[in-house]
Design a protein around this ligand. Structure first.
Ligand SMILES: Nc1nc2c([nH]c(=O)n2[C@@H]2O[C@H](COP(=O)(O)OP(=O)(O)OP(=O)(O)O)[C@@H](O)[C@H]2O)c(=O)[nH]1
Length: 162
């Protein structure tokens, strides 16, 4: 089980934040655009074997190392995991998630430009998706992202298959 944590929740709320210090995570939402600049597809990857939630679909990224900015961490992680070199990372949304194994602050950035061929360096899978997302299961922390996409696109109905 996991909970989305509302950072302004009252201490009496059932979803009130615990006092665990969140781990900062940089997450990349790689977006493909059509000839009119409309965002059409986004990249999802499966979590590799051996990690918590192995096999769940998410957006690629990982934890910040000491002294790194979100953008630096994202550039490093996407190179390590996917073999690509990203151009600018555009800060998009921040989400606090509380899992039994960790409390994480997910710093989502949109990325429109990158160089290099995709290589699944952790033997994960990748898939370009649009709404409703067809790969399953998705990591709980990715569901808000799908809802933000739905709001941006005026998408009505399910955001993902269960
Ligand atoms: N990469 C990524 N992590 C997410 C997403 N949503 C989400 O809740 N998380 C959580 O954020 C944390 C990221 O950790 P990670 O295990 O991917 O990071 P990492 O590559 O640095 O791992 P490591 O501990 O093996 O070095 C995990 O607790 C993961 O469950 C997402 O969309 N992408």
């Amino acid at each position: 089980m996991s909970e989305r944590v509302n950072q302004t929740a009252s201490p009496h709320s059932p979803v009130a934040a615990t006092d665990r210090v969140p781990v900062e995570v940089a997450v990349g939402v790689l977006v493909r655009r059509d000839a009119h600049g409309r965002e059409t597809e986004f990249l999802m990857t499966s979590r590799p074997e051996g990690k918590v939630y192995a096999g769940y679909w998410e957006f690629p990224g990982g934890k910040l190392e000491t002294g790194e900015t979100v953008e630096q961490a994202l550039r490093r992680e996407l190179h390590e995991e996917l073999g690509i070199t990203i151009a600018a990372a555009h800060p998009w949304k921040i989400e606090l998630m509380e899992y039994p194994h960790a409390k994480v602050r997910l710093n989502f950035c949109k990325v429109y430009d990158w160089q290099g061929e995709f290589e699944m360096r952790e033997h994960q899978a990748m898939s370009w998706q649009s709404l409703p997302v067809q790969v399953a299961p998705v990591l709980p922390g990715t569901i808000p992202v799908l809802q933000w996409f739905a709001a941006e696109r005026f998408h009505v109905g399910a955001t993902h298959v269960v």
